[in-house]
Design a protein around this ligand. Sequence first.
Ligand SMILES: [Zn+2]
Length: 262
Amino acid sequence: MEDERQANDTITFLGTAGARIMVANQILASGGLWLNLSGTEILLDPGPGCIVQSTKRKLRGEKLSAIILSHRHLDHSADVNIMVEAMTQGGFKPRGWLFAPADALETEPVIFSYLKNYLDGIEVLKEGKSYSIGNISFTTPIQHIHPVETYGMLFRTAEHTFSYIADSRHFDGLCHSYGGELLIINVLFLEPRLPVDHLSLPDAEHIITELKPKVAILTHFGTTLWRAKPWEIAQRLSQETGVRVLAARDGMKFDLSQLDNP
Ligand SMILES: [Zn+2]
């Protein structure tokens, strides 16, 4: 039926670039994830180019109910101001919520003060808390190890559960804070590169093996990972873990109904 088809859950990858070199040169696009969950549209981590990538794909800012920032780094937040404008039609139709960690909002806010008035409100993300947006809920189970305050999210829709594991160094307790049928993992490096606080491919493999989701999607690629051809890596990981692993592509739209078929 028409109504049921509209109630599908989809995730559009506006961009797949991670961190400085990939984003600064737009070797891959950046811009975050656009969630459409049973008709509730949510923008996650609007990095540079989000307004360009979303309008190009006919995703409409004024349909958003919320914008969520995992953290304040530029590759996750650069377009938050223009996306608040788009969500509220330049402030003429105040609406929508912004979710962000305290340090994205306090001493040096990523959002201009005049735009805050366009919103229904701002919610501060904290470790272990739950939030709701319409019929969707999500939790921020654990604070990540990253140079700024950072959270990933575990989302629940009427039909599906999925996790977004945002930027972090790997640590005990990271992977078991997450779960669900689908894992989206920001994997920057091919090899571990301590002390830089990002996940590498062996970390991602460990997480996938531990959590055994139905599908795992790798994204947020740094240069080393990109040169190693993420789609080939994903294929190898699928064979090694027995989990269907995909490498996100710019503009890829993942339909969560794919999780329903065994
Ligand atoms: Zn970051």
